[in-house]
Design a binder for this molecule. Structure first.
Ligand SMILES: C[S@@+](CC[C@H](N)C(=O)[O-])C[C@H]1O[C@@H](n2cnc3c(N)ncnc32)[C@H](O)[C@@H]1O
Length: 234
């Protein structure tokens, strides 16, 4: 494995189901790997924040993500749905910027940490499946998803579901990548743009790889944010 992959979602073999689309995105044939399950993320929760871009403990890394987030989220206080929220690091930045956050993660331990991290903020966290978020009738100005879509079994279906949770003119903020140099895994930006394009009035992609502060080190693989704005109300 490349030395440049550690800040990305950990590429343990059991992250990926044998038929995981991330394998196909990476040009790999489906293989007989152990099936991905929630237990992996449960086990990962304890040390998840040790990665610079996960825990955002380094003030410079934290500031780099806060700056990006400020440009991706509305200027006015907004409703933000953070799917696959992990320990809530981005949710906390969003709350600090005045937004009301609902975080969803299928790992109870991740949710436990997110709740502790955002105690006292206007935020709630639920254990649930990001592909079918337990959001009830709530609608959101932004659906924020970092480092999750690549691991879902049907990214196209998830994107359609998420678009349905947005208000007219709402925004999908998708932070994804293709981690690793010799054996990359993940969704290339152009492939994700093709999936999102039919749902959106406007999409744009920001290359995040050159910004070493986001990762706490130099990286040389593909990392990006795709912003997709839904059509406004007609
Ligand atoms: C790489 S971590 C990213 C966490 C967070 N978004 C971040 O950027 O710090 C992936 C997270 O997605 C969660 N996850 C994986 N599959 C999920 C699913 N189907 N529904 C909800 N959460 C899921 C895992 O439990 C884990 O917390």
């Amino acid at each position: 494995m490349s030395t440049h992959t550690s800040a990305a979602p950990s590429r343990q073999p059991h992250d990926l189901a044998p038929d995981d689309p991330a394998r196909r995105s990476a040009g790999q044939e489906p293989t007989a790997l152990p099936v991905a399950d929630a237990a992996y993320w449960e086990a990962a929760a304890e040390t998840f924040d040790d990665e610079p871009d996960h825990g955002l403990r380094d003030p410079a890394v934290r500031a780099a993500w806060a700056t990006r987030l400020r440009t991706w989220l509305p200027a006015e206080p907004a409703e933000v749905l953070d799917l696959g929220c992990g320990t809530g690091s981005l949710a906390l930045l969003a709350a600090e910027q005045g937004h009301r956050v609902l975080g969803v993660d299928r790992s109870p331990r991740m949710i436990e940490r997110a709740r502790a991290k955002l105690a006292g903020w206007d935020a709630a966290f639920l254990v649930g499946d990001a592909a079918e978020p337990p959001a009830g009738e709530r609608r959101f100005d932004v659906v924020l998803v970092r480092h999750l879509l690549w691991a879902l079994p049907d990214p196209a279906a998830a994107l359609r579901r998420w678009a349905g949770l947005l208000v007219p003119g709402g925004r999908l903020v998708l932070v994804e990548g293709r981690w690793g140099e010799s054996d990359p895994i993940g969704i290339p930006a152009d492939e994700l743009a093709d999936l999102v394009g039919p749902l959106a009035a406007h999409t744009s992609v920001q290359d995040l790889a050159p910004d070493a502060l986001l990762w706490g080190k130099e990286v040389h693989d593909e990392r990006y944010a795709l912003l997709a704005d839904l059509p406004p109300r007609t």
